[in-house]
Design a protein around this ligand. Structure first.
Ligand code: P6P
Length: 337
């Protein structure tokens, strides 16, 4: 029963002092993101009805019919975040450029920028597979009182002050960190409240699950091909199990609980892989490291990469520390290949 579990709100207040920029700002920011996620969760859960019944009959705030879900999710997060008096800028996978926010004409006094993938894995919606929202939060680096610039968004992942994801699956969860470990909260849909269900989440040091789209095998670097064959060999605790949902948040979440590695490497058809550094790799890498795991591009720590473009991509190896280190060993053998 929820009676003896702390709510998200209680947890944030109890841990506010640990957040170096507290004065309630984190609470407002996480609450804003939580509110938008509950709306998105509602829309995701009835998505199938749109196909079955045609128009869901719902209209959104603009009076338009049901929009495409990832556009709808983007609008919900933008609306909610711009109303909070702590966000000065938003970058989103669904927006070509960043959005400068000067809520209530406060002369750009707000301190935080939020980068977001509003609905990651949205192609899975049509086949009823879980999807997620990924968010990453930084303090601005340009002077308060001035409009945000691209510099405020192009920060290395080590500068994140908070990051997390929502997973809209068999249950809806929020998993986030502010640099003091990773905690998971499960939504009780009956009352719309998130409860602390997974305190202090940690990745197992090793595991037996590898997640990669092996349909791209012929395009992978030799180091990745060799690592996949290593996973499939009959030796010791191998062969491992291949599990790939096609939704980063879901594969990451399962691997954090069971142990495993997720890989989206570069290839001959995608020179930097597919995942976006700023609002997919960095937040998931922050969570991974806070949970005792590892995240690299096959060579370098993801969180130390200096971004140059808002939507730049990065190869991504993330999960149980010993598995990522083994994959990096294979990559090192063919460095430059
Ligand atoms: P592929 C979803 O589009 C996503 O960004 C991740 O969530 C997922 O892991 C990956 O792309 C799937 O890509 O090329 O294997 O279909």
């Amino acid at each position: 029963m929820d009676r003896n579990k702390r709510t998200l709100g209680e947890f944030i207040i109890e841990n506010q002092a640990a957040f170096q920029y507290s004065s309630g700002e984190l609470s407002k920011l996480i609450n804003a993101i939580r509110l938008a996620a509950k709306v998105v969760n509602h829309e995701v859960n009835k998505a199938g009805l749109v196909d079955i019944l045609g128009d869901s009959g719902d209209t959104n705030i603009q009076g338009e019919n049901q929009q495409k879900l990832d556009v709808l999710a983007n609008e919900k997060f933008k609306q909610t975040l711009t109303k909070r008096e702590i966000v000065c800028g938003i970058a989103s996978e669904e927006e070509d450029d960043f959005i400068s926010v000067n809520s209530q004409d406060k002369n750009f006094q707000n301190k935080y920028v939020v980068l977001i993938d509003p609905l990651d894995g949205s192609s899975n919606i049509d086949v009823n597979v879980s999807v997620g929202t990924i968010f990453s939060i930084y303090r601005r680096v340009t002077p308060i009182g001035t409009p945000v610039t691209k510099e405020d968004f192009l920060q290395p992942g080590i500068n994140q002050v908070a990051a997390g994801y929502f997973i809209y699956g068999t249950s809806t969860m929020l998993v986030y960190t502010t640099g003091h470990g990773v905690n998971g909260f499960t939504l009780n849909p009956a009352i719309g409240t998130f409860y602390l269900s997974h305190p202090n989440m940690t990745y197992p040091e090793t595991g037996r699950i590898y997640s990669i789209n092996e349909g791209n095998y012929i395009h992978f670097p030799q180091g990745v091909k060799d690592y996949i064959k290593y996973c499939q060999q009959e030796e010791g605790d191998r062969p491992y199990t291949s599990r790939y949902i096609g939704s980063l948040v879901s594969d990451f979440h399962r691997n954090m609980i069971k142990g495993g590695i997720y890989m989206y490497p570069k290839s001959s058809v995608a020179s930097n892989g597919k995942l976006r550094l700023l609002y997919e790799c960095n937040p998931m890498a922050f969570l991974a490291e806070q949970a005792g795991a590892k995240a690299s591009d096959g060579y370098r720590r993801i969180l130390e990469i200096q971004p140059t473009e808002l939507h730049e991509r990065a190869p991504f190896f993330c999960g149980s520390r010993k598995m990522v280190e083994k994959a990096e060993e294979f990559m090192a053998r063919h460095k430059g290949a």
